[in-house]
Design a protein around this ligand. Structure first.
Ligand code: C2E
Ligand code: CA
Ligand code: CA
Length: 393
């Protein structure tokens, strides 16, 4: 049996046959089911790596099917297809994501065959280093990795969209695991966040690595701003602003060159304590960015009261601006919203030139994404900076 297996759930036999044929052409096994009763047992027996499903079938609807897959802790990629209204399809996809399912794409009927082919091909790509969901690591291993300097910081450049000028980079952690190779943060950050002392140790380690490596960059005349991800778990420590300030001073790193990214939905969990810490960071000239904007539920009023400098539109919208009208509208409105609140707006997840050009056209300020550069290890990042851009001060 092929390592890629597709489960096709649709009452429309012509669609099923078409998708099965496309899978076959790519050397991928497939199984077709069209009755509700068969789905659960087929799923368990077959263990698909991809599920292509119609949202609306006579005996079960897509939401019920998603719930069943959630119950099975399904890890397969899921492509949703339907003749129903596109916004309903998008909302269902969002619901699936909030259940922890891996929604790989949506397609409306009549089906765009080319898009389906692309979506399928994307799912059949060989396992990449980023595809590490199956690797299990323990908290103790991570604690040891932090002590033994196994964490590596990669830097992803951020440029002004208008001029292309390099302004900053986001620090993204990786774990150079002695057995599993390079692990991406999705393998270990959530686990670390469940143990506050672990995510604290990780965060300080990442920050200190950025500062240490910056000493060499500055010696080479490269003087950039850096963004570091701050897990909200750290926002319960009133001493955080002082600790960060002391660390920056030790490496003579100006506070205005650090920007802390905090995920939107985490900010509002303990507003009074959070506000105290955020304000004290701002008073020390450290800047703050609201990360993954659009995925949480912060209201305009909450946003208005929080002392942020920057808003990052979540990459799930940016990656779709050229193919999805709703994602484009959300990105445009969020850019305007950010500007009217006096914030710099960053788009992350820019994958290609058309997306870059579109964001520039709507007036978004700063861009980040694989089209500009993938995250690079320290030495590669420095070489990239020296080759592509003039350093800013
Ligand atoms: P994030 O903060 O939203 O970081 C951006 C993620 O999007 C990075 O993934 C980056 O590689 C990816 N990305 C950027 N542009 C593109 C693009 O054009 N295409 C694609 N496909 N991906 C793009 P990464 O490095 O795997 O990080 C995932 C998440 O892990 C981060 O999401 C952040 O939430 C968390 N994380 C990373 N480093 C740290 C850290 O030091 N501390 C904490 N607390 N969390 C971290
Ligand atoms: Ca971030
Ligand atoms: Ca983000």
């Amino acid at each position: 049996m092929s390592k890629n297996r597709v489960l096709i759930v649709d009452d429309d036999q012509s669609i099923c046959r078409l998708i099965a044929r496309m899978s076959d052409q790519q050397g991928v096994d497939s199984v077709i089911v069209n009755h509700a009763e068969f789905v659960e047992s087929t799923y368990l027996d077959y263990q698909p790596t991809l599920i292509v499903m119609d949202m609306k079938m006579p005996m079960l609807d897509g939401v019920e099917l998603l719930r069943m897959l959630e119950k099975q802790s399904c890890k397969a990629a899921i492509i949703l297809i339907s003749g129903i209204d596109k916004s309903v399809l998008q909302t269902t996809a969002h619901l699936g994501e909030s259940m922890g399912l891996n929604i790989a794409g949506v397609l409306t009927k009549p089906m765009d065959i080319e898009r389906m082919k692309i979506l399928l091909a994307q799912q059949y790509e060989p396992i990449t280093p980023g595809n590490t969901q199956t690797i299990k690591v323990t908290e103790d291993e991570l604690a040891q990795a932090i002590r033994h300097n196994e964490l590596v910081v990669c830097y992803q450049p951020q440029v002004y969209l208008e001029t292309g000028e390099l302004i900053a980079a986001e620090a993204l952690v990786r774990w150079q695991h002695p057995e599993h190779g390079l692990l991406f943060p999705d393998t270990f950050i959530t686990m670390a966040e469940n143990r506050p002392e672990l995510i604290k140790a990780l965060t300080y380690k990442v920050l200190e690595t950025v500062l240490k490596e910056d000493v060499e960059r500055r010696a080479r005349g490269v003087n950039l701003h850096f963004s570091v991800n701050l897990s909200a778990v750290l926002l319960n420590d009133l001493l955080l602003p002082d600790k960060i300030e002391a660390l920056l001073a030790r490496y003579q790193f100006g506070t205005e060159r650090l920007l802390l990214e905090i995920t939107e939905n985490k900010v509002i969990q303990n507003p009074a304590l959070t506000m105290d810490i955020l304000l004290r960071l701002r008073l020390k000239n450290i800047r703050l960015s609201i990360d993954d904007f659009g995925t949480g539920f912060s209201s305009l009023v909450q946003l208005y009261h929080m002392p942020f400098n920057e808003l990052k539109i979540d990459k799930s919208f940016i990656m779709k601006v050229m193919s999805d009208e709703e994602a484009a509208s959300i990105s445009r409105i969020t850019t305007d919203l950010g500007h009217s609140l006096g914030l710099k707006v960053v788009a992350e997840g820019i994958d290609d030139q058309p997306c870059f050009d579109w964001l520039k056209k709507i007036g978004c300020d700063i861009g980040q994404g694989d089209f500009i550069s993938t995250p690079l290890k320290g030495a590669d990042f420095l070489a990239w900076v020296e080759k592509h851009h003039f350093p800013t001060s």
